[in-house]
Design a protein around this ligand. Structure first.
Ligand SMILES: Nc1ncnc2c1ncn2[C@@H]1O[C@H](COP(=O)(O)OP(=O)(O)OP(=O)(O)O)[C@@H](O)[C@H]1O
Ligand SMILES: Nc1nc2c(c(=O)[nH]1)N=C(CO)CN2
Length: 172
């Protein structure tokens, strides 16, 4: 069994509905269990600034799939929600990134884990540290608590979430 952390982000259309739908699809996936979900944060755009604010969250999953298979699942969810690749770092109805996969360090053509920009992104670190407060970045060998310092600017708590099931099925 593998443990992975996924980041979800959206800044187009019904942002909360996009998160709910993406998580509904993930929770329906065989041999994959969403163990924890962070709160949802509203975050200022990073990279390409001329776009609306994002909703971001992080989930912890346990799965039998390999990292490559998990990437396929994430891309399938993005496609189902109708993501169109356009501007780099630009607006998107849903983006799913694999942040961590066990403590593995993977560098292939299509997959880099830990996610190469996670340690400098408040919109990733704030929700991640919420559900993995004792976590350590396996390559930098620095605690997530340490990395998140000075990365909280532009990150606002938007909705507290009790559990992924409640969020997906009852709209929390
Ligand atoms: N850890 C990872 N998680 C998800 N995709 C990854 C990862 N590492 C590499 N990739 C590759 O990145 C490609 C492009 O991803 P995407 O278009 O979502 O990038 P982005 O979200 O715009 O930017 P960023 O990578 O900075 O978040 C994917 O097709 C995938 O092959
Ligand atoms: N606040 C925020 N900014 C972003 C995000 C995101 O999810 N949240 N995703 C990006 C591309 O991965 C680029 N910029």
């Amino acid at each position: 069994m593998n443990t992975a952390f996924l980041s979800l982000g959206t800044n187009m259309g019904d942002r909360e509905g996009n998160l709910r739908e993406a998580l509904r699809l993930l929770t329906k996936t065989d041999h994959l269990h969403v163990k924890k979900m962070s709160s949802i944060y509203e975050t200022a755009p990073v990279g390409y600034l001329d776009q609306g604010s994002f909703l971001n969250c992080v989930v912890q999953v346990e799965c039998e799939q390999s990292a490559d298979e998990l990437l396929e699942i994430c891309m399938q969810v993005e496609q189902t929600l109708g993501r169109v690749r356009d501007i780099r770092w630009g607006p998107r109805c849903i983006d799913l990134d694999i942040l961590l996969f066990n403590h593995d360090n993977i560098e292939s053509e299509k997959l880099i884990i830990p996610h190469p920009r996670m340690h400098e992104r408040g919109f990733v670190l704030v929700p991640l540290v919420e559900i993995d407060p004792q976590g350590v970045h396996p390559v930098l060998q620095r605690s997530l608590q340490d990395l998140v310092k000075q990365q909280r600017e532009g990150i606002q708590l938007w909705k507290q979430v009790e559990s992924v099931e409640e969020f997906v099925h009852f709209g929390n």
